[in-house]
Design a protein around this ligand. Structure first.
Ligand code: ZN
Length: 370
């Protein structure tokens, strides 16, 4: 039986977070996912949007569980190259101006090579005092790739439509061997949890579909079409959630805490407009976590949502819930997680996938009254 360990999740997370793969351009992440899932899947395919779907057949052959972790990350897309070789860009997904300035970025060239650039703006020395207090807008920033002209940039293989992401390696914080920082942790941790859970599934009654989805950060798009083709009877999304258990934030605003285990979601989105987790699926996760001694926390998130929101509304509706990995500084180049939370998310997902019965799955998706 496959065992999920801190070492196994770290090495896969390192590989996955260090590739360039913003929404719609997930190719490099997809190649890794296919290699990882292939040996464990009864069948595996890539659909027209680029979702990777791997199936492990169940012993009973009725009931379909969908697991979804999104492969895409937030990023930038080059929109204009000026005569002197400076690149203007637009965001892909929820990129905040507040974290862009001073960043080093990786740009993918036409040939698939990765080159480096830096994000610059007007130097502070020549700003007016009131300008210094403001966060510059994206339109006032540019990427400098060290070129002297537009022609030189084009020779590097960079054109309008080329994509860029933060340039960060995954590494340990402080002297810790448990807390890691990097880019694209949202949501390559969910992809790692999905893959590791899929490897560790043991004796599943229901068919399990592991899906590495695309284009989550730009509107939950991959999950929507994958759910349509799979028609799951039950679904789990695996994604990061907010851990604001940091300096200066009062306890009631923490949402989740780093290192206290996967968070089982009750609701998310502003005023619960994201997902309202299906009560039977949510409670089954809590019950199994208690039964198997997996540390966990319960989460009510005041903003953001996950693929589960899109999957829940597929066709006649799908009982859906979310297993979240607490993360600090989401959508920044220094996202932080605790590896034990990732290991336990994968374990809880593997247990859920292995233990739910066909009867339970079919009973929660339709309650016939008469
Ligand atoms: Zn995410």
């Amino acid at each position: 039986m496959y065992e999920v360990t801190k070492e196994s999740v770290f090495s896969l997370l390192k590989k996955l977070t260090e590739v360039v793969g913003p929404s719609g351009f997930e190719d490099a992440a997809r190649d890794i996912v296919i290699e990882e899932l292939k040996p464990y899947a009864d069948s595996l395919w890539v659909d027209s949007l680029g979702n990777v779907i791997a199936v492990k057949r169940g012993s009973r052959g009725s009931g379909r569980l969908m697991l979804a972790g999104h492969m895409d990350e937030i990023g930038l897309i080059i929109s204009f190259i000026d005569q002197r070789g400076f690149l203007r860009f637009q965001p892909i997904g929820g990129v905040s101006e507040r974290v862009l300035l001073g960043q080093r970025v990786q740009i993918r060239t036409r040939e698939g090579r990765v080159i480096r650039g830096v994000i610059g703006s007007k130097p502070p020395h020549i700003m007016k005092p009131e300008e210094l207090k403001q966060v510059p807008e994206i339109k006032d920033m540019f990427i400098d790739v060290g070129a002297g002209s537009r022609e030189e940039v084009e020779k590097m293989g960079v054109t309008v439509g080329s994509i860029a992401v933060f340039d960060r390696e995954l590494t340990f914080l402080g002297g810790s061997t448990d807390v890691v920082t990097g880019k694209a942790i949202d949501d390559r941790v969910g992809v790692v949890a999905t893959i590791e859970a899929f490897k560790a599934i043991d004796g599943n009654e229901v068919d399990v579909y592991a899906v590495a989805t695309v284009q989550e950060e730009v509107g939950l798009k991959g999950a929507r079409v994958a759910a349509y083709s799979i028609s799951p009877n039950v679904a789990l999304a695996l994604d990061v959630t907010i851990a604001s258990d940091v300096a200066g934030i009062p306890e009631q605003d923490w949402i989740t805490q780093l290192g206290k285990g996967p968070a089982i979601k009750v609701v998310d989105g502003r005023a619960a407009t994201g997902l309202i987790a299906h009560p039977a699926v949510r409670d089954k996760l809590i019950e199994l976590a208690k039964q198997y001694g997996i540390p966990h926390q319960v989460e009510v998130a005041p903003g953001g949502t996950t693929d589960a929101s899109a999957i829940a509304l597929n066709k006649e509706g799908v009982p859906a819930a979310t297993v979240s990995i607490p993360a600090r500084y989401i959508h920044s180049p220094v996202e932080v997680i605790h590896l034990a939370d990732l290991v336990n998310s994968a374990k809880l997902t593997a247990i859920f996938s292995s233990k739910i019965t066909s009867e339970w799955v079919l009973a929660i998706s339709k309650r016939v009254i008469k």
